[in-house]
Design a binder for this molecule. Structure first.
Ligand code: NAD
Ligand code: TDX
Length: 332
């Protein structure tokens, strides 16, 4: 039995990971989360109090980290500013949390010699052409496009340097777009589902031909746990589930699932610098560590996600107006 320090555990993917660990292992978890606009205590409700504790705090709080590090076997670092559109409006919190916050954490992990797993994104690799066989691999050069992805790239490079120069016992994973329960309503899929629930037409950026490689959050969690258990120190693993879909198809599927006409959405201004296509080749993770995704049916997963937002309106409703108000500033 191990104890994990999960940063950002009250956010979307972090909270899914905490649920996954509670359900499928006997490990214990200490969550450190600043509870920014994106964090939600309610995502961790009803979990066993003898195995899960949440502390509201900043990953840059060195005193807090020095108190917690001796109590844990590994850090699983999810905390970040995560939304590309926000990073275009105000990049500073992204530099602050993603770069300086990660720096504080790896220094604390180094001081206390604690195993570290860094959660990152496929967006560090930039984007790919549409309709080509190429996919990202662990050796694709970094080429981030947005303030968000460039700060994630910076944090990855810090971790790599700490491994090489200081022997930090770390691994890194770069995952594709996640979907599932507990995702903030600012993000594409929950935004459109909750718009339809509010009788507001979904909003598609530009032509909507941009492709994302969707993976269910549970598959991301199982991959991270696999890397924690069997990953080779110093290595990077790409996580993906062969889920490429363009945005237009995803909106049409949501409308179909929710009983609306296929064309009942609006095209709005495109995102500046909008990455065209992401696609992950996860051969290394599959062949070296024997990991495989369980959720291969994207449409079925989307149906379950629609149902989750229908069943959990009290969870997302308090965030909805503020999220839409931000989009009004850019007419999106
Ligand atoms: P999220 O925005 O839903 O959650 C982020 C969490 O971090 C929130 O709970 C927030 O309160 C917390 N946080 C922010 N700043 C903090 C700070 N300074 N100290 C402590 N806590 C802080 O994000 P998410 O979508 O769950 O993403 C989690 C991680 O996974 C990020 O590192 C992101 O880059 C990565 N990732 C996300 C996706 C995706 O599709 N969402 C894909 C690949 C990788
Ligand atoms: O209203 C919308 N309409 C729309 O067409 C929104 C919010 C988004 N989009 C498009 C933009 C993207 O092509 O949908 C796609 C997905 O958008 P987001 O949910 O904002 O995700 P993305 O920018 O792809 O980044 C996500 O995946 C990688 C996460 O937010 C990142 O944290 C992760 O690193």
């Amino acid at each position: 039995m191990s104890t994990f320090l999960v940063t950002g555990g009250a956010g979307f993917i972090g909270s899914n990971f905490v649920h996954y660990v509670m359900e499928s292992t006997d490990h214990r978890v200490i969550v450190v989360d600043k509870l920014t606009y994106a964090g939600n205590r309610a995502s961790l409700e009803a979990l066993p109090a003898n195995r899960m504790m949440m502390i509201q705090g900043d990953i840059a709080d060195v005193g807090l980290l020095d108190q917690l590090m001796p109590q844990v076997d590994a850090v699983v670092h999810y905390a970040a500013e995560s939304h590309n559109d926000n990073s275009l409006n105000d990049p500073w919190p992204f530099v602050d949390t993603n770069i300086l916050g990660t720096y504080a954490l790896i220094e604390a992990a180094r001081r206390h010699d604690v195993r570290f797993h860094h959660i990152s994104t496929d967006e560090v690799y930039g984007d790919l052409e549409l309709d080509c066989p190429e996919r990202f691999t662990e050796s694709t050069p970094y080429n981030p496009s947005s303030p968000y992805s460039s700060t994630k790239a910076g944090s990855d490079l810090l971790v790599r340097a700490w491994v090489r120069s200081f022997g930090l016992r770390a691994t890194i994973s770069n995952c594709s777009n996640n979907y599932g329960p507990y995702q903030h309503v600012e993000k594409f899929i929950p935004r459109q589902i909750t718009n339809v629930m509010d009788s507001v037409r979904p909003r598609l950026y530009g032509e909507g031909l941009n492709v994302r490689d969707w993976i269910h959050a549970n598959d991301h969690s199982s991959a991270v746990l696999t890397i924690l258990e069997r990953g080779r120190l110093g290595e990077t693993y790409l996580i993906g589930a062969d889920g490429e879909q363009n945005n237009k198809t995803v909106i049409e599927s949501i409308l179909e699932i929710m009983g609306e006409p296929a064309g009942a959405y609006d095209h709005v201004m495109d995102r500046p610098g909008h990455d065209l296509r992401y696609a992950i080749d996860s051969t290394k993770l599959r062949t070296e560590l024997g990991w495989f995704p369980q959720y291969s049916d994207f449409h079925g997963g989307l149906e379950a996600t629609v149902q989750w937002y229908r069943d959990n309106e009290p969870w997302w409703r308090p965030q909805k107006a503020a999220a839409e108000a931000k989009y009004q500033l850019t007419g999106q």
